[in-house]
Design a protein around this ligand. Structure first.
Ligand SMILES: *Cc1c(COP(=O)(O)O)cnc(C)c1O
Length: 355
């Protein structure tokens, strides 16, 4: 704490990202990165943009990338907004659409960045407890609120609500903005995109970080009614006009254009997820059904904190959240088949030893 800090800086409780250790090489299953490289066309596009043109500012409206996204999903370019990763889009959205006073609703177990934005912006929030099987209790989101944020599929559980439930939530909340964070939607969940035409209060946030293997490039986009998009632009242009650089814009477009590569990648991740989930269940683990690129698991005879450390000692890095209700669970990102076989070998041996 420094006396020179502003009141806000003293108040905030920053998000703690998953570690990116440099002390040794780990099998890294802790931040839901994609184990496969980005499309070669992304690399080509970035290399060809990396020239004299960097002298010039990028397009502050991200027009070409927005057109690519709009065309990809059959939307109007006015319904698309691009950001420096979806975290930035969330940061802008909380400021653009939520007010102090009436609480923002989100689940008690979800992406832990949401409460951080609330504290930053002085927004009140109410945690809605997931049920005992970690499912979202839909009716709890019908009560009066100042806005709703749902990760769908949820993190760190991997569970996904069907579109019918999202429609229900939107119909009960025509007076507030409902943000659906679809960071993991490409791994098998049902997207809320078909609801965009019916609900001017729906904002969908997606990212190229997970399904397009581009966590390092920082490209996300929001989809919503033209007026919500205009709200995001007002906030962005009050912070920083050039949130996406030229390399990110070029790489993002190329990623969406190489659809065959993307489909191949997610097919592999999903197949690995299903194979490992069933092997873990055979080994006595409880595994939450996942529609994301990670698994959330617990073992009745082992302490998750111990497993985390023992896996780490063996060079396998997973995520353990020391939080109420989930402190005996591990979140394990889906790696390559080879990486997951090593993980599986280690963890089954560890719980065998723990019995
Ligand atoms: C990874 C993740 C994000 C952030 O993704 P970026 O686009 O890399 O900023 C947002 N929401 C959820 C739920 C995530 O898991």
């Amino acid at each position: 704490m420094s006396r020179y800090w502003s009141q806000i800086t003293k108040r905030i409780k920053p998000y703690v990202p998953g570690e990116q250790p440099r002390d040794r090489t780990y099998i890294k299953l802790n931040t839901n990165e994609n184990p496969y490289p980005p499309s070669p066309r992304v690399i080509e596009a970035i290399i060809s943009e990396a020239g004299e043109v960097l002298r010039r500012y990028p397009d502050p409206q991200c027009t070409a990338l927005r057109q690519t996204v709009a065309q990809y999903y059959g939307l109007e370019v006015e319904q698309v907004f691009c950001g420096n990763g979806s975290d930035e889009l969330l940061a802008f959205s909380f400021l653009a659409f939520f007010n102090p006073g009436t609480p923002i609703l989100f689940p008690d177990i979800t992406y832990s960045f949401y409460p951080v934005y609330c504290t930053l912006y002085h927004l009140d929030y109410e945690l809605v407890p997931l049920d005992t099987s970690f499912q979202v209790p839909v009716e709890k989101f019908f009560e009066v609120n100042g806005g709703i944020v749902l990760a769908n599929p949820n993190a760190p559980t991997g569970s996904c609500l069907p579109v019918s439930s999202l429609r229900d939530i939107l119909e009960h909340n025509l007076g507030s903005v409902v943000i659906i964070d679809e960071a993991y939607i490409d791994f098998g969940g049902e997207t809320a995109r078909p609801l965009l035409k019916d609900f001017p209060n729906l904002l969908i946030i997606q990212t190229l970080s997970k399904s397009r293997s581009l966590a390092g490039l920082r490209v996300g986009f929001a989809l919503g009614h033209q007026e919500l998009i205009e709200g995001l632009r007002r906030v962005k242009d009050s912070f920083n006009s050039y949130t996406l650089d030229r390399l990110a814009l070029a790489g993002g477009i190329a990623a969406l254009e190489d659809d065959a590569y993307y489909r191949d990648t997610i097919t592999k991740v999903i197949a690995t997820r299903e194979r490992i989930a069933s092997a873990l269940k055979d080994a006595g683990f409880f595994v939450v059904p996942s529609q994301a690129n990670f698994l959330f698991l617990t073992h009745p005879a082992a302490q998750a904190a111990d497993l985390y450390q023992q896996l780490r000692d063996r060079g396998v890095l997973v995520r353990h959240f020391n939080l109420p209700r989930i402190d005996n669970y591990l979140r394990v990102s889906i790696g390559t088949d080879e990486e997951m076989d090593i993980f599986l070998g280690c963890i089954t041996e560890l719980v065998g030893a723990a019995r």
